[in-house]
Design a protein around this ligand. Structure first.
Ligand code: ADP
Ligand SMILES: Cc1ncc(COP(=O)(O)OP(=O)(O)O)c(N)n1
Length: 268
């Protein structure tokens, strides 16, 4: 009997469907993994911004995790918006206790429109409890700066940040390049603990980039669930997000979502 690869997202819900749980599940589906979710917060959100956040009580987050643990253990998982130190500590304790493997940590902090998706005091919890469990950590540049306490202004700065995050316990790190200046190609840097690899990209000049980070991390988790190596997984994720940004859907009047169908359509 074939073993269906299962991927789990532990993240917030985006009512607009472009980021969070919704983006993750679409990505899992497109890459051939069976998607499951543990919802940590409900956001009222659209392409114009975040209008409200309602965290899920930590007991209910843990119930969702237990339901999955008892019956549907995933081959890989990703974390996104975790919102509070309390949720981070509880999720990390569960992953540690049950020895869940292939953990992709997207250290979501701030939405494109500026809304805080992580409480200020939760950053330390992220560093102390979750980052040491990360198989692959995927900060954007501002997140890498916040986690390391160092500003990043050069390629060397990104390499140093990756090494510092490795010292914090993450096995591998992708420092994403979406926030580089507009004249620069969005090259992501993948550090496997020994070597730096470049994930080449072509900048698309578009406001339709809502959920790029979520989609990228979810694609890595899906590939790990399918049994691909981390290097293969990050390369596929880069191609997936490049296709998704390059074929926008033109939905909403603000930062529109990316196109999760584009990758599979182009493979066909
Ligand atoms: N305008 C763009 N054109 C092409 N790729 C992009 C663009 N913006 C972001 N990316 C890519 O999307 C992924 C997510 O990057 P980033 O925007 O840095 O993360 P986040 O959404 O977490 O802020 C990365 O692979 C990055 O290189
Ligand atoms: C519920 C939820 N989770 C995460 C995000 C942030 O997603 P990201 O992929 O970093 O995309 P942008 O917010 O930068 O568009 C979110 N907005 N909502």
């Amino acid at each position: 009997m074939l073993n269906t690869p299962k991927a789990l997202t532990i993240a917030g819900s985006d009512s607009g469907g472009g980021a969070g749980i919704q983006a993750d599940l679409k990505t899992f589906q497109e890459l051939g993994a069976y998607g499951m979710s543990v919802i940590t917060a409900i956001t009222a959100q659209n392409t114009l911004g975040v209008q409200g956040i309602h965290p899920v009580p930590v007991e209910m987050v843990m119930k969702q995790l237990k339901s999955i643990e008892d019956d549907l253990r995933p081959e890989a998982l990703k974390t996104g918006m975790l919102f509070s130190a309390e949720i981070i500590e509880a999720v990390a304790a569960h992953l540690r206790k049950h020895g869940w493997k292939n953990v992709v940590v997207d250290p979501v902090m701030i939405a494109k429109g500026g809304a805080d998706l992580l409480q200020e005091d939760a950053v330390e919890a992220l560093k102390k409890h979750l980052i040491p469990l990360a198989t692959i950590l995927t900060p954007n540049i501002p997140e890498a700066e916040r986690l390391t306490g160092k500003s990043i202004c050069s390629r060397k700065g990104r390499e140093d940040a990756a090494k510092l995050l490795h010292e914090l316990g993450a096995r591998m790190i992708v420092i994403k390049g979406g926030h580089l200046t507009l004249d620069k190609a969005p090259v992501d840097l993948f550090y496997d603990g020994e070597h730096m690899h470049e994930l080449q990209g072509r900048r698309v000049d578009t406001p339709q980039t809502h959920g790029t980070g979520c989609t990228f991390a979810a694609a890595i988790a899906a590939e790990l669930a399918l049994g691909k190596t981390p290097l293969h997984a990050v390369h596929t994720a880069k191609t997936f997000i490049q296709e998704a940004i390059s074929h926008p859907l033109h939905i909403g009047s603000g930062h529109g979502p990316t196109n999760h169908w584009a990758y599979r359509r182009n493979q066909a």
